[in-house]
Design a protein around this ligand. Structure first.
Ligand code: BGC
Length: 353
């Protein structure tokens, strides 16, 4: 595996890029800064390779400003209302970084720390083991959390994310991956033509600050019904309260499962002009579907790409937002002696004309 220097983090630690490749020629470049996937080159139906994730060329750009391009998110992916929760009778106050709310781990989440990276190769393919020990009290969270995340690029064309964590005090944990995809190619246009299927009968309705209203809503008859293949853009401009609150799709879909924790289909995405397909399976109960609503043309990405409105989408497999304050949502609390385990598989293929 190729390993090249990528600069120095603000704390002085050296940052590197690891290049993962598979038999078919798929290539993923990953840095130990924030576990960021810098690029991902996959073939189209004619065998032409393109980079299908958004991001920057230089570490300095990631340090300046990023909407979590490609990053590993923790301790808690998504929002925690007012940055507060009560656990075992004690209130905890987290860093707030999204108005009054806590988003994606706070001011310095797992996307902004330097991970220890160990490359490996096995029968499945090649990958990186990323480890990070988050100290007790970091961003307001209780307990020392030891996180271990494995990225594997398999020879059968999947990127597999295996998350593992242990703690010495009870704490919320909700790790995820925040790549922005454009299967037509990075910077090539908006993502509204991507045809999406999501295996979810229900979603989490939100207020205008993207905090859950409480309860789940049936997708039937709403623009959130992706149970049949539908272009992202087909209904995104409908006059719908939930689309207004999210400024587009920025919602957690509750995945249909026979058994909690089983690895099952979350989503299928087809980009019709190139035939590229991405299929996601996860053990997680939810998936945040974000249609890149806050991209507005101000961020300049790789090779001069300009990220205009909806030039990328994210499908973040995770637990439901604000779970520490939502007693009816599946618990995100990890206790001493328990093992947090989660797996998500993003598989790439092509579909004919
Ligand atoms: C959130 C969006 C947010 C984006 C980038 C997504 O996970 O749902 O609301 O703007 O991340 O920060």
């Amino acid at each position: 595996m190729e390993r090249t220097p990528f600069g120095t983090a603000p704390g002085g630690q050296p940052v590197e890029v690891y290049t993962l490749t598979n038999k078919r020629g798929i290539e993923a470049r990953v840095t130990n800064y924030g576990g960021i996937i810098l690029s991902l080159r996959v073939p189209d139906r004619d065998g032409r390779f393109d980079d299908v994730v958004l991001g920057y060329d230089a570490l300095a750009d990631y340090l300046r400003e990023t909407p979590y391009f490609g990053a590993l998110i923790g301790r808690y992916g998504n929002r925690i209302a007012r940055g507060r929760f009560t656990l075992d009778g004690q209130q905890y106050i987290l860093a707030t970084n999204n108005g009054v709310n806590h988003l994606h781990g706070g001011l310095k989440g797992f996307d902004k720390v330097v991970w220890t990276a160990e490359p490996f190769e096995n029968e499945q393919g090649m990958g990186l083991v990323l480890t990070y020990v988050s100290p007790d009290g970091e961003e307001g969270y209780p307990g020392t959390l030891s996180a271990k995340v494995t990225y594997t690029l398999t020879d059968d064309d999947a990127l597999v994310f295996d998350y593992h964590a242990t703690t010495d005090k009870a704490t919320p944990v909700n790790l995820t991956q925040h790549s922005y995809f454009n299967l037509a190619g990075d910077g090539k246009g908006d993502i509204l033509g991507h045809v999406v299927t999501i295996n979810a009968d229900r979603f989490v309705p939100i207020d205008p600050a993207s905090i859950p209203l409480g309860g789940l809503r049936d997708v039937t008859g709403t623009p959130f019904d992706f149970r049949r293949p539908t272009p992202i853009g087909a209904r995104i401009r409908q006059d719908d309260e939930q689309l207004r609150n999210g400024q587009g799709y920025d919602h957690s879909l509750v995945l249909n499962k026979e058994r909690a924790g089983e690895l099952s289909l979350a989503a299928h995405v087809l980009e019709p002009t190139t035939g590229r397909v991405m299929e996601i399976h996860t053990t997680e109960p939810g998936m945040q579907f974000y249609s890149g609503n806050f991209l507005d043309g101000t961020l300049k990405g790789k090779k001069g790409a300009v990220y205009h409105h909806r030039f990328g989408f994210a499908m973040e497999t995770q637990h439901l937002p604000d779970s520490p304050n939502q007693p009816d949502f599946p618990s995100t609390i990890l206790r001493p002696g328990e093992h947090y385990r989660s797996r998500s598989v993003y598989r790439f293929s092509v579909s004919g004309r």
